[in-house]
Design a protein around this ligand. Structure first.
Ligand code: PLP
Length: 270
């Protein structure tokens, strides 16, 4: 069984963050382990607080895991401060962790800022160069690339910019880095743009009419990490993760009074 590590925030409502990540890893037959970067207070209606862990606490959680387990992939979500980004980057480089999927979480869908400006800068300079795959949504791509991103041509241009930020020696010998810009917030379709090693591929999907979308970004990046851990290529992982996300959205359990969670185990009957 492959072990996949999530380094992310804790959402007590189970829709996003490490709880969503662990359920998603399980859906792909991987064993999930996690280090928590921030304890948030939230439900399906909004985020009410975030109690960031220090970089030392994040390091203290990671050290025993890395001493004991062979990690096949890493999903990185909310890294709220510069110190935490730098610590995580240092540990990834030191342990040469493979298949690093970075979901550059900046803000919740309800508008709550989950990381600060200095953390974003550190993410750009220290963490992107260690990633196998980076998965920004339109707003995150705009912040990372420093341009407006609102249609297919601007998604392709931003993917190229972010790909240039990632250009470096990946730990997976010879594997190129890749950027997946998620178009879930486009008006009429959920079309994603993948730039892998400079080669562009478009993944088209119809937009589902649902308000139950809490944690879609966390869930997609975790599915990608689990598929890469199992040996999928990046395009295969993107196709498989999108198919899984679609099933998880279609069978969402309709919980809560706001943007409800997905069904992270769509193949299990409830
Ligand atoms: N809470 C945590 C801990 C997260 O990591 C994220 C996103 O990645 C969110 C909340 C936001 O989820 P959403 O944008 O679906 O509200």
């Amino acid at each position: 069984m492959q072990i996949v590590l999530s380094i992310a925030g804790f959402d007590p409502s189970g829709g996003a963050g490490v709880l969503a990540d662990i359920k998603t890893f399980a859906a792909f037959g991987s064993f999930g382990v996690a280090a928590i970067t921030s304890l948030t207070a939230q439900n399906t209606c909004g985020v009410y607080g975030a109690y960031h862990q220090t970089a030392a606490v994040v390091r203290a959680q990671l050290a025993p895991l890395l001493a004991d387990f062979q990690i096949a992939a890493v999903k990185i979500g909310m890294l709220p401060t510069r110190a935490t980004v730098e610590t995580v980057a240092e540990i990834i480089a030191q342990h040469r962790l493979p298949n690093v999927v970075v979901d550059p979480v900046l803000c919740s869908s309800s508008g709550y800022d989950l990381i600060d400006h200095a953390a974003l800068e550190a993410l750009r300079s220290c963490l992107l160069p260690l990633a196998r795959l980076v998965t920004p949504n339109l707003a995150e791509a705009a912040r990372l690339a420093g341009m407006k991103v609102n249609d297919l041509p601007s998604m392709q241009q931003a993917a190229r910019h972010i790909y240039d930020l990632c250009q470096r020696q990946t730990h997976d010998a010879g594997a190129p880095c890749a950027v997946l810009i998620k178009g879930g917030h486009l008006l009429h379709e959920a079309t994603d743009v993948l730039n892998e090693g400079g080669k562009v591929q478009i993944f088209r999907a119809p937009k589902l009419a649902t308000r139950h979308t809490h944690g879609t970004g966390c869930t997609l990046s975790s599915a990608l990490a689990a598929l890469l851990a199992g040996g999928a290529s990046v395009p295969e992982a993107v196709a498989g993760a999108k198919e899984y996300l679609n099933a998880a959205l279609r069978s969402a359990p309709l919980l809560g009074h706001g943007a409800g969670p997905l069904n992270h185990l769509p193949s299990v009957s409830w």
